[in-house]
Design a protein around this ligand. Sequence first.
Ligand code: SAM
Length: 173
Amino acid sequence: GIGSASFAKDDEMSRLDLFIARMVSQRACLNHAAQLTADISGPVFELGLGNGRTYHHMCEIMPEQDIYVFERAIASHPDSTPPDDRVLLGDVFETLPLALTRFGATARLIHADLGGHNAQKNDEFARRVSPLIEPLLADGGLMVSSDRMYFETLTQIALPQDAIEGRCFIYRR
Ligand code: SAM
């Protein structure tokens, strides 16, 4: 396991502790959410491609699924670069409303890792983006986030064993 980091408070964790906790939690939550939504056939959305590590993992665990990536500037590892027709390029405040028109409430799983290093900015961002994400999920669909979200109709569900409280959040429609 990752040892004492699991029990340390945020302000007692080094940046390395926080990073490791986020990575471990992303993997645990994505595996869990993919399993729980196995019977939903709708698309999967990755919000924030970055290096493409979580996108690559999602492709590995949901090979049958169409995975669409929302990113303002593609700069991922070559192994983890989505095909052009699976990219919604631009700011999520513009592309999420377009996705609602295009897909409706059909998403099986939405993963968001859009944050940077400033916790307060991430929280403000999460408040603003939550209402744009909320209507995209299918019934029973799940949203996995590295930030606490502000949904009106989704229910927060328990984390899987390996995930670390406060480092990730899972919501169900
Ligand atoms: N989960 C990724 C991985 O495993 O490699 C890392 C994602 S990285 C922390 C966040 C990404 O979100 C960045 O690539 C950034 O460009 C993107 N992003 C942040 N805000 C965005 C916005 N408003 N619209 C589109 N993309 C955004």
